[in-house]
Design a protein around this ligand. Structure first.
Ligand SMILES: NC(=O)c1ccc[n+]([C@@H]2O[C@H](COP(=O)([O-])OP(=O)(O)OC[C@H]3O[C@@H](n4cnc5c(N)ncnc54)[C@H](O)[C@@H]3O)[C@@H](O)[C@H]2O)c1
Length: 371
C-alpha cells in the first residue's frame, strides 16, 4: 500500500505537532509506509504557503475545503480551534477521508453526536488527539492495574493544571470565548478523562463546581472583554461499582506547566503519575517487609514497549511530541484494520458526555449521570 496522503488544517501549536508526527512516524516505527504530506490549509494563502514550506507539505491553500476535493488526500488532521472541529471532521468524513481530530470533539454534545454518526456512515477511521494515553508508562500502569498489581481500585484522583492563563494581564483570545466551550472542562478535563478511560473507566455520575478567577481580560483592540467560560473546574465522580474519584482542572495555576497528576489507590498499593515527569511513575506495593515500604520510582525503558522504537538507552526519556508520533502510528494501524490503542469517536463521545454532564451539574448544582 502506498503511504497515506495527508491533509492538515491549522498549523498552530497542534498543527505543528501533527506535522512533526506525520514527518517522523515511518522513521520511528519502520513498519508503516512513509506518509505523503499532500496539502495543508490555513486562514490565508500567505500563511499557508509559509507553513507548507516549513512543515514539508507539497501544496497549500487558504480554504480548508480545497483539501476535501483532493483525491491524493486519504486522511485529514484537524488542528483548528474547538468550534471548527465538528464541521471540518464531518466534511472530511463525508468526502471519504479518515480523520485525526484534536480534542475536544466539539463544543456541543449534538455536534459530537453528529461527528460519530458521520464516522459510522462513512466507514472511515476517526481518531481523537488524546496523546497522553500513548505514553508507554501509562500503558504499563494500565497493565499493572489490569493484572491486579495494586489490588482492587479504591479511589482515583486526577488533576490537570497549567499557568498559561494565570496572568490576569493575558489578553482575551479564543480559549476564553463561550463558542470554544466551557473552558477548563473542554480544554483540560477531557485529557484526564482520556487517561481514566484506559486506566479505570469513565465516571457514571458527576458533581461539579466551576470558577472564573478573572471576570475580564484585556481585549486585543483596547478596552476589556468579559471572560465567557470557566478556567477552573472541581468535579466529584462516581464510577461503576461505586468507586469514587475527584477531578480538578485549572488553567490559571501559577507554576504548573503541564501537570496531569494521576493518583490511583488500591487495596494492595498505589500508583502515582505526573505528566510533568512523564518518564517515571511511582509504585507503592504493600507486600514484603513493612520496614521497607515506600513509593519507588520506575523510569521508562525498553521494558515498556514502544519506548525502544525511539531510543535504545533506558531512562533517557520521551517528550510530548513523541506521544503524538505514537498516536499517529496507532491511527495508521486503525486505518490498516489492525488493533489500535486510540480514543476513537465512540470513546470520544463518551468523554464528551462526561464533560457535558459536568457542565450541567455546575449549572443545576446537583449530581448528574453521564450516560
Ligand atoms: N492534544 C493536546 O495535547 C492539545 C494541546 C493543545 C491544543 N489542543 C487542541 O488543538 C486545537 C488547536 O489548538 P492550538 O493550541 O493548536 O491552537 P492555535 O491557535 O495555536 O492554532 C490553531 C490554528 O488553526 C488555524 N485556523 C483557525 N481557523 C482556521 C480555518 N478556518 N482554516 C484553517 N486554519 C484555521 C489558526 O490560524 C491557527 O494557526 C484545539 O482544539 C485544542 O483544544 C490539543
Amino acid at each position: 500500500m502506498a503511504g497515506m496522503g495527508v491533509g492538515l488544517v491549522g498549523t498552530g501549536y497542534m498543527g505543528k505537532c501533527h506535522a512533526l508526527a506525520w514527518n517522523s512516524v515511518a522513521s520511528v516505527f519502520g513498519d508503516v509506509e512513509r506518509p505523503r504530506l499532500v496539502g495543508l490549509a490555513e486562514v490565508d494563502t500567505d500563511l499557508a504557503r509559509r507553513k507548507a514550506a516549513e512543515l514539508g507539505f507539497a501544496t497549500s491553500t487558504g480554504n480548508w475545503r480545497d483539501l476535501l476535493d483532493n483525491p491524493e488526500i486519504d486522511v485529514i488532521s484537524v488542528t483548528t480551534p474547538n468550534q471548527f472541529h465538528a464541521d471540518m471532521a464531518i466534511a472530511a468524513l463525508e468526502a471519504g477521508k479518515h480523520v485525526w481530530c484534536e480534542k475536544p470533539m466539539a463544543t456541543s454534545l449534538a455536534d459530537a453526536e453528529r461527528m460519530l454518526a458521520a464516522q459510522r456512515a462513512s466507514g472511515k477511521v476517526a481518531v481523537m488527539g488524546y496523546n497522553y494515553i500513548q505514553n508507554p508508562l501509562v500503558r504499563h500502569m494500565a497493565d499493572l492495574i489490569g493484572e491486579g498489581a495494586i489490588g482492587d481500585i479504591t479511589h482515583v484522583r486526577v488533576e490537570m493544571d497549567e499557568d498559561y492563563m494565570a496572568d490576569p494581564a493575558e489578553p482575551f483570545y479564543w480559549k476564553s470565548e463561550a463558542q470554544s466551550g466551557y473552558g477548563a472542562l473542554d480544554d483540560f478535563a477531557v485529557h484526564p478523562l482520556s487517561l481514566l478511560s484506559v486506566l479505570v473507566g469513565l465516571p457514571v455520575e458527576v458533581m461539579t463546581a466551576m470558577a472564573k478567577p478573572y471576570a475580564d481580560r484585556p481585549a486585543r483592540d483596547g478596552g476589556r472583554r468579559a471572560v465567557e467560560n470557566h478556567d477552573i473546574a472541581n468535579v466529584l465522580m462516581t464510577f461503576e461499582g461505586g468507586l469514587s474519584g475527584v477531578l480538578m482542572a485549572n488553567r490559571s495555576a501559577w507554576g504548573r506547566k503541564g501537570r496531569i497528576f494521576v493518583q490511583i489507590y488500591g487495596s494492595n498499593g498505589s500508583i502515582l503519575y505526573d505528566q510533568e515527569r512523564m518518564n517515571e511513575f511511582q509504585l507503592y506495593d504493600r507486600s514484603g517487609n513493612p520496614a521497607n515500604h515506600g513509593f519507588r520510582s520506575v523510569l521508562t525503558s525498553g521494558h515498556h514497549p514502544i519506548y525502544g522504537k525511539f531510543i535504545p538507552a533506558p531512562g533517557h526519556g520521551l517528550g510530548f511530541n513523541d506521544l503524538k508520533i505514537v498516536e499517529c502510528r496507532e491511527l495508521l494501524s486503525a486505518i490498516a484494520g489492525r488493533p489500535a490503542h486510540v480514543v476513537d469517536f465512540e470513546i470520544g463521545l463518551k468523554i464528551e458526555r462526561a464533560v457535558h454532564a459536568m457542565a450541567r451539574s455546575h449549572a443545576e448544582r446537583r449530581w448528574i449521570q453521564t450516560i
